[in-house]
Design a protein around this ligand. Sequence first.
Ligand code: THU
Length: 146
Amino acid sequence: MSVDKRALIAAARAASAGAYAPYSRFHVGAALGFADGTIITGANVENASYGLSLCAETVAVAAAMAAGRRGGLVAVAVLGGAPDGNGIAQVTGAALSPCGRCRQVLNELAQLGGTDPVIWSVGGDGVVEMALSALLPMAFGPSHLG
Ligand code: THU
């Protein structure tokens, strides 16, 4: 089953309302699309000790893995911006691409299932589409240890 781009982006947008981002005031939503049609989302969770903050993509991967997912990741949508009155990110700037740590975290779930998910990075001018393998070439992953 292929993942519907508009639906996955809509899920990421809705997820951004759950962000806990009192320090940056930048709400991020991420949505993971699986081969069986399931969508699992996350939002950024900040911390008073700033460096301990968690990105939306990492929260989404943790939620997916805690729910038993060990592969099947075929698409990811991510977006961010200042929250509107409902906490939904208002996307205006450059397309939001996962940070380096999140690329590695996404790679763990992807490599477990042997997929190379497409990353839909949403920005004010549209959506940039890139494979995770292009964002994180020659990735280190579980296959190196087993
Ligand atoms: N953030 C994400 O959640 N995902 C990204 O891809 C980039 C940055 C969060 C971290 C922090 O809570 C806020 O955005 C500002 O950096």
